[in-house]
Ligand binder design. Structure first.
Ligand SMILES: Cc1cc2nc3c(=O)[nH]c(=O)nc-3n(C[C@H](O)[C@H](O)[C@H](O)COP(=O)(O)O)c2cc1C
Length: 167
């Protein structure tokens, strides 16, 4: 068993790969600049006030866009949107050129046919190492009953069945 002082980058990555996560695209806009980035580091914070957090690498193009505008949207991808997950991880020059979207009340682009979309206003921004944790107050959400796209062990995958019990 490895202790804290001896954790290598490879050990960290191989442990993190054990987390199964839903795949999201975090969208943002600042003036003429509209961006989207694939992200699994998205987490519920609290129901009161309704809030969630996203964790964004400081080198991502999305980082200054979210920080300056103070808003972002989380688009939870549905199981048939794997191509969008790859697209928004690839830093394409004009990321929304061929994408179906609508503009939400925060101004952020919302991806059509996503499993869910949640728009947020940034209420807290905390730097930690290479990343920034943005906590957002949820101002709108739109939820469907589609099935989500998942990521596990470095691969996109789908739910095989429903859990028998839930909390
Ligand atoms: C499955 C998957 C999950 C990812 N999760 C995150 C994440 O949570 N935070 C992050 O900063 N980057 C994450 N990335 C990397 C970004 O999607 C990638 O760096 C992207 O090109 C950033 O786009 P941008 O520079 O246009 O903002 C993830 C990539 C993949 C494929």
């Amino acid at each position: 068993m490895a202790n804290c002082a001896s954790i290598s980058a490879d050990q960290f990555k191989s442990a993190m790969r054990r987390f199964a996560a839903s795949v999201n695209v975090i969208t943002s806009i600042d003036g003429p600049t509209m961006n989207g980035m694939t992200a699994t580091a998205v987490c519920s914070v609290s129901a009161d006030p309704p809030s969630l957090l996203v964790i964004v690498n400081k080198t991502n193009r999305s980082h200054p866009v979210i920080s300056r505008s103070g808003a972002f949207a989380v688009n939870v991808l549905s199981s048939d949107q794997e191509e969008l997950a790859a697209h928004f991880a690839a830093k394409t020059p004009d990321p929304f050129a061929d994408i179906d979207y609508r503009i939400g009340i925060t101004g952020c682009p919302l991806i059509c046919d996503a499993d869910a979309t949640l728009e947020c206003e940034v209420v807290q921004e905390t730097d930690y190492g290479t990343h920034t944790i943005f906590i957002g107050r949820i101002v709108t959400c739109d939820v469907t009953s589609k099935t989500p796209l998942l990521y596990h062990e470095g691969r996109f995958c789908r739910l095989e069945g429903r859990a028998l019990h839930y909390a």
